[in-house]
Design a protein around this ligand. Structure first.
Ligand code: OAD
Ligand code: ZN
Length: 303
């Protein structure tokens, strides 16, 4: 019942029209759940699955703090002790390295928009790099929260090859989901190959650090948007979520998400909504059909 066919028909018609020249997109973890990567805040998502007793050498345990799962993606926490983050992120990091995750229909939709000359920019909060698998032009993508595939040393600043980092994660970081919680063991460290500093860190934005300059440089482009697509994000993390209010009042905003989000940012739903449209799961497949792009999708899926 999340799908309103007439609204989507309207979106597709607008997308196809000459009036719609500049499409901007903001994505979140929900566009990659179809690839097998859990999101953050859904039931069964990352924050739901973190069991504090499974995290070794934990800052939280030592400090007897109330456990909040977002600590594992907090900057201060990482600098006190990188292991909770690395332990929790282990399956994701290794899955990325093995190229276990494949681009979903939503990622392909963005690529098709680019081929049509409509896509001006994709702002992605995701660090999984799936956007690039479609061959979308990297200069059109802004990684709002960085990327997991680049790793550097907090001591000397030198980069560590992702292959080497993953080999270290595989051997030095334990798989917490396979560990007996009764027998916790200390993780050893991942030393920098250049200076032996124990803090090597993927180039991702943790809570408490600034977003890349590029985000702030690119946000003003949104003033030219004819259509903003917001997909698979709970819109609760700032400043990424501010994108929805950077577009002009005339801009159609299409929210593609399991549930309605962003009401506190002024996104409106229901019959009175003038420019906001909401559609739930499976929307991208519907839109691909409405745009007549099924053949393109078939081709890329059978490559
Ligand atoms: P969230 O987990 O907060 O939100 C994902 C949204 O996608 C939820 O509203 C889900 O209901 C929806 N969703 C999941 N699967 C879907 C599907 N198949 N179809 C439609 N909707 C689906 O993830 P983000 O909004 O990306 O930052 O989270 C924002 C930031 O918070 C992340 O970048 C990360 C996190 O903490 C940092 O770590 C700094
Ligand atoms: Zn170093």
């Amino acid at each position: 019942q999340s799908l309103c066919a007439s609204d989507l028909t309207r979106v597709a018609a607008f997308l196809r029209s000459d009036a719609c020249k500049s499409v901007y997109v903001l994505t979140g973890a929900g566009v990659s759940t179809g690839a097998g990567i859990p999101d953050f805040r859904s039931a069964g998502g990352l924050y739901d699955s973190i069991r504090p007793e499974l995290i070794t050498a934990s800052f939280i345990q030592r400090q007897k703090m109330r456990f909040d799962p977002t600590y594992v993606v907090e900057r201060d926490m990482f600098f006190q002790n990188p292991f909770p983050y690395l332990e929790v992120r282990r399956p994701f990091i290794l899955g990325t390295h093995r190229q276990q995750w494949k681009a979903t229909i939503s990622h392909w939709f963005m690529k098709f928009l680019e081929e049509e000359g409509k896509l001006k920019r994709l702002f992605t909060q995701n660090i999984d790099g799936l956007d690039y698998q479609t061959g979308i032009s990297p200069t059109r993508v802004t990684n709002v929260h960085g990327s997991i595939a680049r790793v550097s040393c907090e001591g000397c600043g030198k980069e560590m090859p992702f292959d080497d980092f993953c080999a270290q994660v595989r051997t030095n970081i334990k798989d917490i989901y396979k560990t007996d919680p009764e027998a916790p063991e200390e993780s050893t460290s991942i030393p920098c190959p250049h200076c032996q500093h124990p803090l090597v860190k993927p180039n991702t934005i943790l809570f408490g650090s600034n977003l890349p300059e590029e985000f702030f440089d690119r946000v003003p482009e949104l003033h030219q948007a004819d259509l903003l697509l917001v997909a698979g994000t709970s819109l609760v993390v700032s400043p990424a979520n501010s994108a929805v209010n950077e577009v002009p009042g005339s801009c159609m905003r299409v929210i593609i998400n399991r549930e309605q989000v962003g009401q506190d940012l002024g996104v409106e739903y229901g019959p009175h909504a003038m420019r906001d449209v909401w559609s739930g799961e499976r929307t991208f497949l519907q839109l691909i059909k409405l745009m007549g792009w099924q053949e393109r999708l078939r081709r890329v899926k059978h490559r």
